[in-house]
Design a protein. Structure first.
Length: 277
């Protein structure tokens, strides 16, 4: 729940307020994170949110400092790509048809993410400010890896706040078991209770993940290697996290193993509002 998340992040500074750098991801990712960030600011922590000038949901707040950087696309471009990406989730079709549409959608969203991240890392004035600010930790959603790159550059403990990462990269980065016998892959429509043939199907559905992740995340690896001036892989970036705050709810989802630094915080999917009578 949000109070549990706030309690965990508040441990950043027990004797005095902490200084937190936040690198969010637009859309529902930010709606989930904003509630936590607002409460941390209200509790006296100094919070700095770094976001592109063009966003759909990331707006200034009295509870944190907003630092913007320019990007070479418009809000209309961004909305068009997000709408095209999410529409395929509701379409019917064979596995191959849905896989191709997922490939195309992820490719477009990745291009936007990598472009925006590149402009952030090239912004010498903003990077200089972040280097001089001496943050205590960095909070980000690693579904895009710009925050992870900054955490490595600034040598900051990284706190990942996420719903999940495609291809099971979160499992790989934390060396967490992911047995095909009861952890279903995406698009399979299987549950955690499978027959032998369903387990075989589940295992085979994991093979295309390698292809998807190669084009979806390798551009971040190239970007990080150029910026950090050293060879950096996607597992390197993801594996540096100190804590993974997992926004999953096992009442609604399949069970899965957890590692000691993975903390399930429930399905915090957007800021909650009290319903009328």
């Amino acid at each position: 729940s949000p109070p549990a998340v706030v309690l965990l992040l508040s441990l950043l500074g027990l004797a005095a307020a902490g200084k937190l750098l936040v690198v969010p991801v637009d859309g529902s990712h930010w709606l989930s994170m904003k509630e936590v960030v607002d409460v941390l600011g209200q509790r006296g922590h100094e919070v700095v949110v770094v976001a592109p000038e063009v966003t759909m949901r990331i707006k200034p707040s009295k509870n944190f400092v907003m630092k913007r950087y320019s990007v070479p696309y418009t809000e209309e471009d961004l909305k068009r790509q997000f709408q095209a990406f999410f529409h395929f989730s509701f379409e019917q079709g064979s596995f191959l048809e849905r896989f191709v549409k997922a490939y195309q959608g992820i490719k477009r969203i990745t291009d936007f993410g990598v472009t925006g991240c590149g402009h952030l890392l090239q912004n010498k004035e903003l990077i200089g400010y972040l280097e001089e600010s001496k943050f205590d930790a960095l909070l980000t959603d690693p579904v895009t890896l710009c925050g992870a790159i900054l955490a490595k550059h600034l040598s900051l403990p990284a706190v990942y706040f996420l719903r999940g990462i495609p291809c099971g990269l979160d499992f790989d980065a934390t060396q967490c078991p992911r047995p095909s016998s009861y952890v279903p892959r995406g698009f399979t429509q299987l549950t955690d209770r499978m027959t032998f043939l369903q387990r075989v199907k589940n295992l085979l559905h994991g093979i295309p993940d390698l292809f998807i992740c190669d084009f979806a995340f390798q551009p971040y690896s190239k970007l990080a290697s150029e910026f950090l001036q050293q060879d950096v892989t996607v597992p390197d970036l993801l594996g540096q996290a100190s804590v993974w705050l997992q926004r999953s709810e096992f009442v609604l989802e399949y069970p899965r193993p957890l590692m000691p630094n993975i903390i399930p915080i429930g399905g915090v999917n957007c800021a909650h509002k009290k319903l009328s009578q």
